[in-house]
Write a protein that binds this ligand. Structure first.
Ligand code: ATP
Ligand code: MG
Length: 140
């Protein structure tokens, strides 16, 4: 299996409820290693650019408002098949569809306030990691 890196974000609904540690425990229990992590307040410009692919979607404006409504924790996860493994641990976008035991099944409030983000491909992971981190901030 290939060692990969992926970008994870603990979203404002989760930082507000003090769930950073519980979410990190789920990631680590799944074998993912947190090789970079910082708590930031995303600016509107950052959120708009990060979610650029969703610009035409009806939820785009609301999503940008949500992601700037409180602190987020951006992190780089490393491990075997990290992109797919993280998506597995996260669960489906809509918590109503998320498998039992996943982060979203346990913690998400709604399809928008769904506690975590995870890159959806190796290609997007590379772009998203570089969006928030310089190489010297990532220590594997
Ligand atoms: P993420 O990209 O955050 O890891 P995802 O890949 O499961 O989640 P996307 O389809 O990429 O979901 O949507 C990005 C984010 O936009 C979702 O995580 C959620 O916060 C929000 N979102 C997606 N669909 C909807 C919707 N129908 N209504 C409101 N918000 C939505
Ligand atoms: Mg996505």
């Amino acid at each position: 299996m290939a060692t990969e890196r992926t970008l994870s974000i603990i979203k404002p609904d989760a930082t507000r409820r003090n769930l950073t540690g519980k979410i990190n425990a789920k990631l680590e229990d799944a074998g993912l290693r947190i090789v970079a992590q910082k708590r930031i307040a995303m600016t509107k410009e950052q959120a708009e650019a990060f979610y650029e692919v969703h610009r035409e979607r009806p939820f785009y404006g609301s999503l940008v408002d949500f992601m700037t409504s409180g602190p987020v924790v951006v992190q780089v996860l490393e491990g075997d098949n990290a992109v797919a493994k993280n998506r597995e641990v996260m669960g489906a976008t809509n918590p109503a569809d998320a498998d039992a035991g996943t982060i979203r099944a346990e913690f998400a409030e709604s399809i928008e306030a769904n506690s975590v983000h995870g890159s959806d491909s190796a290609e997007n992971a590379a772009r998203e990691v570089a969006f928030f981190f310089s190489d010297d901030e990532i220590v594997g």
